[in-house]
Design a protein around this ligand. Structure first.
Ligand SMILES: *Cc1c(COP(=O)(O)O)cnc(C)c1O
Length: 402
């Protein structure tokens, strides 16, 4: 039987077999808590510290500046609320942009209700933030700048090092959400100028429910969780030892494989774009052409709902067809289709955002798999367009020169 083709790796990745193997002992015989001082506990503590070192080496940090969390959502919430609270007497302005992940935008809108003022910078049609606009937006009461490293929908890689330099010069704390980049492209906290940086284990072939926040020494931040004295009293709660060990192993593997993976996926990505442009009518590439994650493809198909394509591909009507998993920037929220706020932030009309298709690849993907998926997308698109009154109408108008 042919296997499924999973092309939604921006949402989550398959846990590497070596990672699963590294986790097992910490679920079975070595189940101790690192907070306890007997032998079983000290074993767990050593494993956690080794994982901290492995992650530190991947992002050019010192191990003591890494704090384990339940994922990037927690790390983002902690960075934003923790710095805002620690610096509340200095000022209440935070700078971000309109194309951020919800785990950035929602904590910010929470703070807005509590008296903070958030500056949302625009992005250009490729999704880029302008560093000059960041410099111009800094006010005496600005306490934090938060920018995603690479966008999860369109893969745009932001000029982080330039923004980091500005933040450093103006003495404003700088947070980078690196959930999409750690383990895929080089991330170095010093080169990026990050004071805080969020990591998610399951985005680079590690397990779900584990992540980290890098906090540069001297950065003022309040804890998000209060309780036990874990993580130097900055993040209470018994450690997720199997998850942390797994993420450490994923970091070790990524350090070794990342560059080859990126080169291979960049070629595959460009092949996918070329094939789609040549073989599918009325297609529009979304995001930046070159400042882009190696594994990210995003395009819009006129006259089609992305959600219909997504569902047709994952529930094929032909029994022998392989299931193909993709994503779309058009999500059904309580019965109506909501276009992605990120695609809208690029200035894209809602109809095109509804027709967006995101393909995010993983290491090990082959051109044969991608070609299968592309042909399936093209076939579904053609079928949906034949049924679509909207698409036929626009085609007719074009033919009549309207
Ligand atoms: C996946 C993702 C998150 C959330 O990470 P979790 O570890 O699943 O909480 C946040 N930001 C971006 C850009 C992501 O891709």
């Amino acid at each position: 039987m042919q296997s499924d083709i999973f092309l939604d790796n921006a949402a989550t990745t398959r846990t590497d077999a070596a990672v699963v193997k590294a986790m097992f002992p910490w679920l079975e015989q070595n189940f101790g808590s690192p907070a306890t001082l007997y032998w079983l506990g000290t074993q767990a503590k050593e494993a956690v510290e080794e994982a901290r070192q492995q992650l530190a080496e991947l992002i050019g940090a010192e191990a003591k500046d890494i704090f384990f969390t339940s994922g990037a959502t927690e790390a983002n919430n902690w960075a934003i609320k923790g710095v805002a609270e620690a610096l509340a007497d200095k000022g209440k302005n935070i700078i971000t942009n309109g194309a951020e992940h919800h785990s950035i935008l929602k904590p910010l809108s929470y703070l807005e209700k509590k008296g903070w003022e958030v500056t949302y910078l625009p992005v250009d049609s490729g999704g880029l933030v302008d560093p000059d606009a960041v410099a111009a937006a800094i006010r005496p009461d600005t306490v934090l700048i938060t920018t995603v490293h690479a966008n999860h929908e369109i893969g745009t890689i932001q000029p982080i090092a330039e923004i980091g330099r500005i933040a450093r010069e103006r003495k404003v704390a700088f947070h980078v959400n690196a959930a999409q980049t750690v383990g895929h492209i080089p991330v170095d906290v010093d080169l990026l100028g990050a004071d805080l940086l969020s990591v998610s284990g399951h985005k680079f072939y590690g397990p779900k429910g584990v992540g980290a926040l890098y906090v540069r020494r001297g950065t003022r931040i309040m804890p998000l969780f209060h309780g036990g004295s874990q993580e130097k009293k900055r993040r209470a709660g018994t450690h997720n030892v199997p998850g942390i060990v797994g993420m450490g192993e994923a970091a070790r593997i990524a350090k070794r494989e990342m560059n080859d993976e990126a080169a291979k996926l960049t070629n595959l990505r460009d092949h996918v774009f070329d094939w789609a442009k040549e073989n599918i009518d009325d297609i529009r590439i979304n995001g930046h052409r070159s400042q882009r994650l190696p594994n990210n493809v995003n395009f819009s198909l006129e006259g089609i709902e992305g959600e219909s394509i997504m569902l047709s591909l994952s529930y094929p009507t032909v029994p022998e067809a392989r299931r193909v998993y993709i994503s779309t920037g058009s999500a059904c929220v309580s019965g109506s289709l909501e276009p992605s706020h990120i695609l809208l932030a690029l200035g894209m009309p809602a109809e095109l955002a509804h027709g967006s298709v995101r393909i995010t690849m993983a290491k090990g993907d082959t051109q044969a798999d991608l070609d299968y998926a592309l042909k399936a997308i093209a076939a579904v698109a053609e079928r949906l367009r034949e049924m679509s009154p909207v698409y036929k109408k626009t085609r007719k108008q074009e033919m009549h020169g309207a």
